[in-house]
Design a protein. Structure first.
Length: 183
């Protein structure tokens, strides 16, 4: 099988995240895409929504059985490094070809990450670039129709009581409103 690993804070998950996953699945014939909400991140502060809320929003956003959410990083008490996460999933799915999905902004400084050589040894790195951004080997370019949205922008708009329903799946939007997230 071909398994994509897609990590992020998903705080909240939005239509851009889903477009990336769908494009990766289609372009690289992935059998599944595992969304991995970040736990204890080495380079970012914590999330605004709880771990439980982020997992629930991800689950609500899926309309494709090939999309799965994993709480692997959330359940770790140690810092979550991508190299470790990839090796964990490689051990869980030893027969699978592993694909690691990241944005061009992250790929630009992947050489500064913790043991990046392990990432490349254990996965094919798929990069979704920003407009006009060149992706250099060994990564492979993931073509995604541009969706100009960010989770931080969504959180800010919600705080200002602006409508963001067009940036989220309806079920996720309803969940955010019902649970007073990002107020």
């Amino acid at each position: 099988m071909r398994t994509g690993l897609y990590g992020g804070s998903f705080d909240p998950v939005h239509i851009g995240h889903l477009a990336v996953a769908k494009s990766a699945k289609e372009q690289f014939c992935l059998d599944r895409v595992i969304f991995i909400p970040t736990g204890n991140m080495p380079h970012k502060k914590g999330c605004n929504a709880s771990n439980e809320d982020r997992v629930k929003m991800l689950t609500l956003s899926f309309d494709d059985d090939a999309f799965i959410v994993s709480d692997y990083e959330i359940n770790r008490t140690q810092i979550s490094y991508s190299a470790d996460t990839i090796e964990y999933f490689k051990s869980v799915f030893p027969q699978d070809e592993i694909f690691f999905i990241i944005g061009g902004d992250s790929y630009a400084y992947i050489d500064k990450w913790y043991q990046p050589e392990r990432i490349f040894e254990n996965s094919t790195v798929l990069v979704y670039p920003r407009e006009g951004e060149e992706i250099l080997p060994p990564a492979k370019r993931l073509d995604v129709s541009p969706v100009r949205v960010s989770s931080s922008e969504i959180r800010e708009k919600i705080k200002l009581q602006k409508n963001v329903s067009n940036l989220l799946k309806k079920e996720v939007y309803d969940y955010i409103i019902e649970n007073n997230l990002y107020q």
